[in-house]
Design a protein around this ligand. Structure first.
Ligand code: PAF
Length: 283
């Protein structure tokens, strides 16, 4: 595996290839990332991953400084997984000057849920993803990029961006990888204390229970069911931002539609101690 730190070196490594398969990450890799890399390997003629903790997608009070940076261990895991090129730019390489041109994704998709609780988050994500795409795919006839479905809304925002800018890049969503107890794998799980780690699985359990309740009661009762699900988590000491059932196609609330007329997803975000976790389950 070649490790490169500059855009010029990255493009040189990729020069001979026609269809890169790309897995962008912020590092501190877990089995979810590795599954994406293995999935990507079958989809392109060269497999590329990036590690870059993107300041633009963190609010000032968030964990940019403390975000775990584990480049050597990550490089080892990527090599084992069969990645061919690792792009690990320093901040000055990707942002040599303040990034004043930014991508503002459609607000109906990016100002709800995560975008509501983390204003500007999807501007930061879209901007860095477009820039990384330009580093990896410029001049290529086509490419493919894989993103984990744990960040469900992110996959949708990126997919819409690719459509809107007519980029010849296929966006693939990889299934969420879970620990044995059902907790969705996330780099931020490393922030949890042992007691919090035991409790953390309750988020996915709450989403499952909400999905089941919605299936039984129908969408007319959703606001009450969602409120009940949030109260139940809050009673366990969590601070829920949202637990909600949405349409998979546009993340809007189903309205008086017969259940089953739209595929649905149950999404949730909640803070346990100092750690904010997100998860979702397609139903
Ligand atoms: O999901 C992530 O790790 C990040 O949001 C991404 C897509 C690498 C952009 O920084």
């Amino acid at each position: 595996m070649h490790i490169v730190h500059t855009i010029a070196d990255l493009r040189q490594q990729l020069a001979a290839y026609q269809r890169p398969a790309f897995v962008p990450t912020m590092g501190n890799l877990h089995d979810g990332h590795i599954a994406l890399v293995k999935q990507a390997r079958a989809m392109g003629d060269v497999t590329v991953s990036s590690i870059f903790v993107n300041r633009l997608q963190f609010a000032p009070h968030e964990d940019f400084d403390s975000y775990p940076r584990t480049l050597d261990a990550d490089a080892e895991r990527l090599k084992e997984a069969g990645c061919n090129v690792l792009f690990a730019p320093r901040e000055k390489e990707l942002y040599p000057e303040p990034q004043t041109y930014k991508v503002h994704p459609a607000s109906e998709l990016s100002d709800i849920l995560e975008g509501h609780f983390r204003p500007g988050f999807f501007i930061g994500v879209s901007t860095v993803v477009l820039k990384l795409f330009s580093c990896v795919f410029a001049g290529k006839p086509e490419g493919v990029a894989a993103f984990g479905k744990k960040d469900y809304q992110q996959v949708m925002v990126v997919r819409r961006m690719v459509q809107q800018f007519a980029l010849p890049i296929e966006i693939v969503g990889g299934e969420t990888q879970r620990a044995a107890d059902g907790l969705a794998l996330s780099s931020r799980n490393s922030y949890l204390s042992p007691a919090e780690r035991l409790e953390a699985v309750q988020l996915s359990k709450a989403l499952q229970a909400l999905g089941e309740a919605a299936r039984k009661a129908g969408v007319a009762d959703l606001p009450a069911l969602e409120a009940k699900a949030m109260q139940a988590l809050a009673r366990r000491g969590w601070k829920p931002d949202y637990l909600t059932v949405r349409r998979r196609t546009d993340l809007l609330t189903p309205q008086n539609e017969p259940l089953g007329s739209h595929p649905l997803v149950v999404l949730g975000a909640a803070k346990l101690g100092m750690t904010r976790l997100i998860d979702n389950i397609e139903i």
